[in-house]
Structure formats: structure tokens, C-alpha cells
Ligand binder design. Structure first.
Ligand SMILES: [Zn+2]
Ligand SMILES: [Zn+2]
Length: 366
């Protein structure tokens, strides 16, 4: 059936339905599809009382609702932009792994030196408990980061509507700094060669360590694949926060903070990817963030990519001065158990601590 047969014939939104979702999202301006562009469906009348009720809320709640609408609009744009594409990145990157491993085996035979663990692992198949080939996978669910982002944006907006702007800003700043430091600890643990042999954790370790040999892997992958790398750990940690720490969502402060952390984690992937993207291909937003010190620069991240890879672990980069001091005090490759313990404790307790700090700073945020 031709799409024009669906075209509604009722009166335009602006005249009859001031709260039409199309108008709220796009300010009444025609959107790209001619399917939607002329007027609202007649059955929108059914929704009018519900929408009018929403309109009676305070100006602040309306503003937060606007942010939700923008998040949805942004995600629709992204859906149209990337995740539908099949990058075939795994085939390209795994071929590079084989090529480099072959060269390293020849070099090790010639020099009589032992092979590093990432090259040994690249010669065996991956099992449930042992890291191995394929190092790279591109069969992750690309829609999961979008769903997670939508859910987390909703939780964060709910926090804003419940506790107000001041508490929201405090939560965001604490989460931004805490996540960057957490990304440094996580990265440090994943870069430790011995952790390749740790069951389950070994496979992400292997991929992180191969990133030192193939730094462009995160660009070859594409942004959505890079975000989809967080699918498993993101779902696991958000479940713990939802079902455990927040009491099935009863504590909106915990839930909102957990949502912010997950969204900042996706921003961390964007930041890391931008630090490997050629200047000509880098988005103006990424360049602006790098210039303002809100994302790690190419120059600073290059220091991490220089052997022995023992500085600049944070993926957003604002906490690298703190992280670098901690590393000087506790060298990363000699204190593996300490950093693994810190990573585990941080993963489960960060929201409890952040919310306690927020409630100390803003006692009204009960
Ligand atoms: Zn690294
Ligand atoms: Zn990198």
C-alpha cells in the first residue's frame, strides 16, 4: 500500500492540538518525512486530556520533559545515522591480529625471546573460561546502547524533576569525576597482562591489550560498536543498582545517579574514540570538548599508547592528574591485586558513596 494512503486528513496541530507530540518535539515545524508533515491524526483527540494534565505541571518539570524529548529526538537521529550499518569490523581487525601475531612469532624465534601473553592467546580459540580468538566481535546487539541510554536519560530526568536543578548539577559533577577515575582503574586492570588468564575478565583484557597494537580498532569499529562493548557490564551494573541499591527503583537519587554514570560511560567511549580519530574526521563537538579539557586529547592519550603504557589511563581524561599520582604511589603492574580489589569495590559501592555525599551536601535530598 502506498504510504500516502496513511496521510492523515484532520486539522493541523497548531490550531487544534497545542500539545501534539510532534509540535512538542519539533516546535510545530514540518519534519523530514512527508508521512508526518501535514497534520495530526484524528485520534490524538483521545490523548488531549492526558497531555493537558502534563501541561499543568510546573515550569521546571516541563523543562525536564523537554530534555527527555530532546534525548528521544537525538537517539532517533543516531538510529538513522549508524547502528543499522554492518561494519564487518571483526573480520578486518582479526585479520590484523593474525598478521601481527605471525610477525611476532617470527621475531621471537629469531631473537630467542618469549612471546607476550596477548600473542599466545591469539593462537588459541576462545572458550568460556579462556581468552582467545576471535579477539574482536561485531555481533553485539547494536540497539542495546540506545535502549540503555533512553532508560538512563529517563532516570536522570526523573531525578531532576524530583530533587531540582542544584542536586542534579551536584550529582552530574560527582558522577562525571567518579566515572573518569573509575574508567582509569578499569583500564589499568584490563591492561595488566596477567589478567588475560582470569576467567571471563580475560577476553576484554585481551581486546584492551590488542588495542595497544591496533590503536585504530576503536575507529574501525564505529561509535555504536564501541558503545555496545559496554552492553554486558552496563546491564549487569545497572541491574545491581536497580534491584539492589535503589530498592527496585524506590530511591530515585540512586537510580538517577546510576543512569548518569551509564550515560557518562558512553561519553567515555566517544572520548576515547575521538582521541584516535583523524582531525579531518573528528566532529566539531569532539574538537571543542578536547580544547576545553572535557575530553582526552590525542597528545595525552598518545602518552598512554607509548610503552610501557603506565600513565594516562582515564578515558575522559579530566582525572588523569589524580590517576597519575596514584600510579606513582602504587605502580600499576606491581599491584595487580590492589587495583582488582579497588575496581570490584568501586563497581558495587560507588552509587552508595556518591548518594551519601549528595545527601550530606544537600540535606533536603532525602
Ligand atoms: Zn591501555
Ligand atoms: Zn586508545
Amino acid at each position: 500500500m502506498h504510504r500516502k494512503e496513511f496521510r492523515p486528513t484532520s486539522t493541523p496541530c497548531v490550531a487544534e492540538f497545542p500539545f501534539c507530540p510532534r509540535q512538542r518535539l519539533f516546535g510545530g515545524a514540518p519534519i523530514l518525512s512527508d508521512h508526518w508533515s501535514s497534520s495530526c491524526p484524528a485520534d490524538m483527540k483521545v490523548l488531549a486530556p492526558v497531555v493537558a494534565n502534563v501541561a499543568s505541571k510546573s515550569a521546571f518539570v516541563s523543562c525536564v520533559d523537554g530534555i527527555s524529548a530532546m534525548c528521544v529526538a537525538g537517539m532517533l537521529l543516531l538510529v538513522g545515522a549508524e547502528p543499522g550499518k554492518k561494519s564487518n569490523s571483526a573480520r578486518i581487525l582479526n585479520a590484523r591480529v593474525m598478521e601481527i601475531t605471525k610477525a611476532k612469532i617470527a621475531e621471537s624465534k629469531a631473537k630467542g625471546t618469549p612471546l607476550d601473553r596477548e600473542f599466545l592467546a591469539a593462537q588459541r580459540p576462545m572458550t568460556l573460561l579462556k581468552a582467545g580468538m576471535p579477539v574482536y566481535n561485531d555481533d553485539r546487539w547494536m540497539f542495546t546502547p540506545i535502549l540503555l541510554f533512553a532508560l538512563c536519560a529517563y532516570w536522570a530526568c526523573d531525578l531532576a524533576a524530583t530533587y531540582g536543578a542544584a542536586v542534579t548539577v551536584i550529582c552530574f559533577l560527582l558522577n562525571f569525576l567518579a566515572y573518569d577515575l573509575y574508567s582509569g582503574i578499569l583500564h589499568l586492570c584490563l591492561d595488566h597482562p596477567e589478567n588475560i588468564d582470569v576467567p571471563i575478565m580475560g577476553q576484554p583484557c585481551l581486546e584492551f591489550q590488542w588495542h595497544h597494537h591496533i590503536p585504530e580498532d576503536i575507529v574501525v569499529k564505529g561509535l555504536f560498536e564501541a558503545c555496545a562493548d559496554l552492553n554486558l557490564v552496563g546491564c549487569l551494573l545497572l541491574s545491581i543498582q536497580y534491584f539492589g541499591v535503589s530498592g527496585m527503583g524506590a530511591d530515585k537519587l540512586v537510580l538517577g545517579c546510576a543512569g548518569m554514570k551509564a550515560m557518562i560511560a558512553q561519553f567515555g567511549q566517544y572520548s576515547h574514540r575521538a582521541s584516535h580519530t583523524r582531525l579531518a574526521d573528528r566532529a566539531p563537538f569532539a574538537k571543542w570538548c578536547q580544547n576545553q579539557g572535557l575530553m582526552i586529547t590525542v597528545k595525552d592519550h598518545h602518552k598512554h599508547h607509548t610503552a610501557p603504557h603506565d600513565t594516562e589511563f582515564c578515558l575522559i581524561g579530566v582525572c588523569n592528574p589524580i590517576m597519575n599520582r596514584l600510579i606513582k604511589f602504587m605502580p600499576p603492574y606491581e599491584n595487580n591485586k590492589f587495583y582488582l580489589g579497588l575496581f570490584a569495590a568501586w563497581s558495587f559501592l560507588d552509587m552508595v558513596l556518591i548518594c551519601r555525599v549528595v545527601r550530606t551536601l544537600a540535606p533536603n535530598a532525602i
